[in-house]
Design a protein around this ligand. Structure first.
Ligand code: BGC
Length: 760
């Protein structure tokens, strides 16, 4: 099959962001003909250089570049004008290579759950990982590193040397269509603690990370026009910390958000980009625009790169501003600063020594469309992330990194007893119909395993909950997938236990219409009618409401868990895995308890860049889980049960170095597995500041540790409180102020299951 053909096809406009399936088929034939080449170029571990050396080396390179070469770095290349899609064989974003200086192209590819499946042949060649929010539910710092490495190992052989992730925005709006792409869940601290591993893992494979979306990208409803009115205090305490943590972990690239921030678009906001991110947080990398987010030439405000760099027609929202003419108006130092910032991570993380393919002239077609990076190892990791494969009664050396959250388990209905001879699996969500073709035709369509939009990784033959049970259960499995409650109830009469499924998905570009699962009426009715023990399993992109919960015995939830969904969930149901996940979001009692997306005034059409509508963040620093602190909730932030029980004893607080504490305070607590089987607990510490500081009354997450314990075993867990953990942001002083306390500590198994308290 002639690769030159691809060059010609590069000129064609290709469909939607599902990207020209017809043309892919023309070149590669149908599925059967696609020869999968097992990844042959494994990235090597990178030798990391210091930031100072990297900046200096990047600066030296910049001195050797011509203006045209700089132009090829600060603006995306390759999309042909008039098109919303990259040409065939190009990435979601690309810069030009400077071959004489060995500067490779930057091949930018999306990642919400792995390498974005922009063309049909890629499906099944890459791992459809669990969503980023699902990974947050593991509260497992080490897993972030492992996953980051695996992502690097997939992107690099596929030709991608820049991962357009992690997404880090702290959840404000429960219905936000992209919450599932965000690692922070409802807590800046959780995101800050988990992101470092991800970033270092990806970088270790000579691939860059891009933290996004900077900043307050809290909703998708009219995302380019919404104007969050947010205090400095909320920015610094709630929304910025995961970005600061990424910088601290070595991230040297950021993507700005589409929305405005206090009246100015995030992509042209000198306050957030230049002052806060670069000057105050010390970010030495580059800021790229989100795709077509620019509505002015914003280099003076701190933007360093425009993406994707073309103008698809006369649309006012999609013009290009990083033109040669505009760039020539900049002082030389600023242009050089922009390019230095882009080249700093390239130099630091070994991209020059580990070049990827150059998409120009079809140079990446083989990598993109033929290389199979979904190794057996990665498939096993994807499954382990859903549910650890260790035997729950035996091996305890293996981390319980399960992301399946056990929300409720009355009368120990779970794990399913071996006395249960027949399990009834009920509801279409237990085995959703394959919508791969529809997804390929609509870029922002998701399913119950993956989010819709740029973060989507379409799984090939994902394992459904029904299939997982059929494969792993020794009991007979009967099923009804019709969502007809009468049929389900009738079938359940032949079984001793029912697994009832509900699910919903979400997408970029729009918020969820409500917090319901798609089959809510069915789930409620069946739950009410069934007379046998009933377990509800939900696959969801964030918080949901659960009007069925009082009628069922047990409930599990997982956030769009990717290709291994059913296997992992079956392991938890059957007890080969003991769940160890904790919810990174609150499940509210009623939808009206959650913050809704801001809506514009009725009847106004939003079409031009000068339009906006206000979105007051009146809750200030109470965004995220503290928003619910005075409300009853269904399940609180940090909640997640286990098949065993844990006791919390002997808490001590040490504040001095002489006693071996190198932080401001070291909190030690003894955890004992008091139940019958091995399990994992996430010890959580909530810190209450002195009242006059106006912080959440029930405290902020300021420490956690996941511990694995065999039945009967104990472990001392030490949680360290650093100066930054004990500080609040002062608008008056324009900085962090360390508080000497007194502090109140609340230590427990969730934000509302507090087992021990102390003051210091
Ligand atoms: C999204 C980004 C994404 C970019 C490139 C935008 O629509 O907001 O998150 O990285 O597209 O696909």
């Amino acid at each position: 099959m002639a690769l030159q053909g691809a060059g010609l096809l590069c000129l064609l406009a290709l469909g939607c962001l599902g990207f020209g399936q017809a043309d892919v088929q023309d070149i590669w034939g149908d599925d059967e003909e696609i020869c999968l080449i097992q990844s042959k170029r494994r990235a090597k571990e990178a030798k990391e250089m210091s930031l100072e050396d990297a900046i200096q080396k990047a600066g030296e390179l910049v001195k050797q570049l011509t203006f045209d070469e700089k132009f090829g770095l600060v603006k995306g290349v390759a999309y042909s004008d008039g098109d919303f899609n990259p040409p065939f064989g190009f990435f979601v974003g690309n810069t030009a290579a400077v071959e004489r200086l060995k500067i490779p192209t930057l091949n930018l590819q999306d990642n919400g759950q792995g390498y974005r499946t922009t063309q049909k042949p890629i499906i099944g060649q890459v791992t459809a990982w669990p969503s980023t929010l699902a990974v947050a539910a593991t509260w497992d710092r080490d897993l972030g590193y492992e996953w980051g490495q695996a992502l690097g190992d997939e992107f690099f052989p596929k030709g991608g040397n820049v991962v357009l992730g992690p997404g880090l925005n702290v959840h404000r709006v429960a219905r936000n269509g992209r919450n599932v792409e965000y690692l922070s869940g409802e807590s800046a601290y959780l995101g800050s603690e988990l992101v470092g591993g991800y970033i270092k893992g990806v970088h270790s494979k000579n691939v860059l990370t891009v933290m996004k979306h900077f900043i307050v990208n809290s909703q998708e409803t009219l995302r380019s026009f919404v104007n969050p009115e947010v205090s400095q205090k909320a920015l610094w305490e709630v929304y910025y910390p995961p970005f600061q943590a990424s910088i601290d972990a070595g991230c040297l690239s950021a993507m700005c958000a589409y929305n405005l921030v206090n009246g100015i678009h995030a992509r042209a906001n000198g306050d957030t980009m230049q002052r806060d991110l670069k000057d105050v947080m010390g970010f030495k990398g580059w800021i790229m625009s989100d795709w077509w987010a620019l509505h002015s030439f914003a280099a003076a405000e701190g933007l360093d790169q425009e993406m994707p760099g073309n103008s698809p027609g006369d649309l006012p929202m999609n013009q290009v501003y990083f033109t040669k003419e505009n760039l020539q108006t900049l002082p030389q130092e600023r242009l050089d600063d922009m390019v230095t910032r882009i080249l700093t991570p390239v130099v630091r993380y070994g991209l020059m020594e580990h070049p990827v393919c150059n998409p120009a002239d079809g140079g990446c077609l083989e990598e993109m469309l033929k290389v199979n990076v979904r190794t057996a190892e990665h498939q096993a990791l994807a499954r382990r992330m859903v549910a650890e494969s260790a035997s729950w009664g035996g091996e305890t050396s293996v981390r319980a990194a399960a992301l399946v959250i056990l929300l409720k388990n009355e009368d120990e209905v779970l794990p399913i007893s071996s006395n249960v001879k027949t399990i009834a699996v009920l509801g279409s969500a237990c085995q959703p119909e394959d919508n791969t073709e529809e997804m390929l035709n609509q870029w922002d369509l998701g399913n119950y395993y993956t989010v819709g939009g740029s973060g989507r990784v379409i799984p090939k033959d994902p394992v459904s909950i029904l299939q997982g049970l059929q494969q792993l259960s020794t009991a007979k499995v009967v099923f009804d997938l019709s969502d007809d409650w009468k049929a389900s109830v009738a079938l359940a009469q032949t079984a001793e236990l029912a697994v009832l499924c509900g699910a919903t998905t979400s997408a970029e570009g729009r918020d969820r219409p409500n917090l319901k699962v798609d089959q809510e009426a069915f789930v409620v009715k069946v739950a009410q009618e069934l007379k046998i023990p009933t377990v509800v399993v939900t696959l969801i992109p964030g918080a949901i409401v659960m009007p069925w919960i009082a009628h069922v015995d047990a409930a599990l939830a997982a956030f769009l868990p990717g290709e291994a969904t059913g296997l992992g969930i079956a392991q938890v149901l059957l007890g080969t895995t003991n769940p160890g996940a904790k919810s990174p979001v609150t499940f509210p009692l009623n939808e009206s308890d959650a913050i809704a997306p801001c809506e514009p005034p009725e009847g106004v059409k939003f079409e031009t860049p000068d339009q906006s509508f206000p979105c007051p963040y009146d809750e200030g620093i109470m965004a995220g889980f503290p928003h619910y602190e005075d409300k009853k909730v269904q399940y609180p932030f940090g909640h997640g049960l286990s098949y065993t029980t844990f006791s919390y004893d002997d808490v001590t607080v040490v504040e001095t170095a002489s006693e071996g504490c190198d932080a401001k305070a070291c909190v030690t607590v003894q955890i004992t597995n008091t139940g019958p089987v091995a399990g994992a607990e996430v010890v959580q510490l909530y810190l209450v500041f002195p009242e006059d500081l106006g912080q959440p009354k029930k405290g902020l997450l300021r420490g956690f540790q996941k511990v694995n314990l065999p039945a009967g075993a104990s472990k001392k867990v030490t949680l360290k409180l650093w100066e930054k953990d004990l500080s609040t942001y002062s608008e008056e002083k324009k900085g962090w102020v360390y508080s000497k306390g007194p502090f109140h500590l609340r230590i427990g198994s969730s934000s509302r299951d507090i087992r021990l308290t102390r003051s210091f």
